[in-house]
Design a binder for this molecule. Sequence first.
Ligand code: HEC
Ligand code: HEC
Ligand code: HEC
Ligand code: HEC
Ligand code: HEC
Ligand code: HEC
Ligand code: HEC
Length: 384
Amino acid sequence: MRSRVRNTLSIVATISLLAVVVRWYRGLDAGNLSDSSPISTVTKSLYVAERVCAECHSDQANDYRASGHANTFQLTAESDVARWLAGQTFNDPERPYAYEYHFDEASGLSVSIPKQFGDDHFQLPYLLGSGQNAITFLSLNPDRLGDTIGIEHRVSLYSNKDDPNQHSWDLDLTPGHRAHRPTQEVEHFGKLLRGDKLTSCVGCHTTQGKIVRQQIENLSPHVGCQNCHGPAGEHVTAMKNDTEDAYTGLTQQSAREEVEMCGRCHRLAHSESSADVSPNDIRIVRFQSVGLLQSRCFSESEGRLRCTTCHDPHQAVSRDAAHYVERCLSCHGEPNPTRCPVSPKTNCIQCHMPAIDIHRGIKFHDHWIRVRADRSDATQAGDE
Ligand code: HEC
Ligand code: HEC
Ligand code: HEC
Ligand code: HEC
Ligand code: HEC
Ligand code: HEC
Ligand code: HEC
């Protein structure tokens, strides 16, 4: 059926993960959050293989390996998670059939819907997400006109928080796929993505790669060193030859430039007017850069607050509350004038940046740092 599904493709409106999030919270105006993808203006030939960086920057490279950035895009053929999925079945809660998963060393993961399409397999070659929260599969297919469309698979894997070793996963519908009705055969497997929605889906999860027909050419997966720092070919040549070099450590960026750099992927609002961005818009919880830019901590600290005040971009996110309290107190502890009248020394995050469940137990911390009506005393704060 590979061919049957492909041949029956036609043009349909597309939906990206951002749009999916937007649709989750129907009734919100989607107009003021952007989902622009990172666009590199430098020629590809200046990129070098990412492993080269580790030869001279072992400090950054060693810690980075354990981060979400370093594990967010894979070929299913190389994935242990895809191997784990082989042989499993998922009953669609809204449709009268089940999905069955298969693994092949050469082509990776595929799925069949025996009740609908018999023995035919649909390929799922790419895997997005490190899995600390979730993993979603992507495939590239031709439409009737020969253009490439993406299919975001209908079923995602959710990290099983009860299994500390992460050897098992929960299968469930991908966010935004509930109540989706297929209008053509291929949509039984997932939702259509085309144009910018498809390019940015791949773009935010990789460092380099161009979609050409049903392949990604020059693929450098994950949010690699050169995604943030830019192509390093000239830097490496200069360092090896001991010549002058103007490569960027990004330490010179202003706070706003840095937040915008991270915001290429962690999202930016089209407008920062507080009339357009509401604290009640739950999407902001997921879009850290949008929230942070609204915070008085950012706007009234004269460029002293940025993402890397609290996060080392070369490491997995710290889960140590004390690490963050220390950051807060660098501006709100003695002898600074603005201190907390409720809890001057502890638990800042619970009350001012609480974790909020946005889907199936997946929590994000609201980066719009503020006094919240729902966190006004210690009894309420204990529920994190
Ligand atoms: C042959 C060794 C070598 C390799 C390979 C190498 N670097 Fe460097 N890099 C250096 C040295 C030495 C410095 C310090 C140079 C300086 O401060 O002028 C440096 C500095 C940097 C800086 C900081 C620049 C600044 O302004 O502070 C960044 C960022 C960086 N390298 C990233 C990378 C990345 C990304 C790669 C891989 C694509 C890479 N490097 C590969 C040797 C290397
Ligand atoms: C090219 C897109 C991109 C850019 C630029 C980017 N990120 Fe991310 N970031 C991602 C993606 C994708 C994930 C999800 C990774 C996963 O699958 O777990 C992520 C996850 C994270 C996480 C949580 C993951 C973990 O390791 O625990 C933090 C914290 C984070 N990013 C901070 C930053 C900061 C700070 C910057 C800027 C210095 C930045 N990001 C720039 C795409 C990006
Ligand atoms: C504008 C950039 C952007 C686009 C476009 C984008 N993502 Fe992401 N994605 C992120 C960032 C940033 C994160 C980390 C924060 C979060 O989970 O929202 C992330 C997280 C994820 C995760 C969860 C990883 C984990 O375990 O925490 C999955 C799965 C994922 N993306 C899949 C997709 C798929 C599939 C598409 C395309 C249909 C897509 N993304 C499009 C930036 C993007
Ligand atoms: C998510 C974006 C991001 C990624 C990915 C990233 N960096 Fe950085 N890097 C930064 C930022 C921002 C700074 C400056 C702020 C800081 O120092 O923390 C920086 C600083 C540096 C510096 C200057 C020394 C320092 O710590 O300030 C070096 C060297 C460096 N990075 C190398 C690397 C290497 C090697 C990799 C890949 C293993 C990498 N970076 C991946 C964002 C990133
Ligand atoms: C770089 C300095 C800096 C850091 C770090 C910082 N803040 Fe702030 N914060 C400020 C400034 C400046 C203001 C504006 C009020 C003032 O002038 O003190 C502010 C305001 C606030 C307010 C009042 C906001 C409102 O809407 O009324 C709260 C609450 C707050 N910060 C909590 C925190 C917490 C919690 C942390 C740590 C997660 C933190 N801040 C980290 C500088 C900072
Ligand atoms: C004042 C400190 C602070 C600043 C500044 C900050 N963060 Fe965070 N961030 C946190 C805390 C606290 C957590 C929750 C850590 C945990 O899980 O214990 C977090 C978690 C995250 C996560 C993981 C998902 C989540 O929301 O729990 C991402 C992604 C992230 N931050 C991105 C960013 C980006 C991008 C920026 C800059 C726009 C930024 N952060 C600036 C404190 C900060
Ligand atoms: C139990 C919940 C709770 C905890 C924990 C907490 N806060 Fe607060 N915080 C509040 C409330 C409520 C207010 C508003 C108080 C008021 O206006 O009377 C506030 C106000 C503030 C203000 C504004 C003060 C002003 O004068 O405008 C800052 C800054 C602040 N908190 C920072 C922090 C920091 C830093 C921490 C951690 C050391 C922290 N808070 C821990 C609930 C909390």
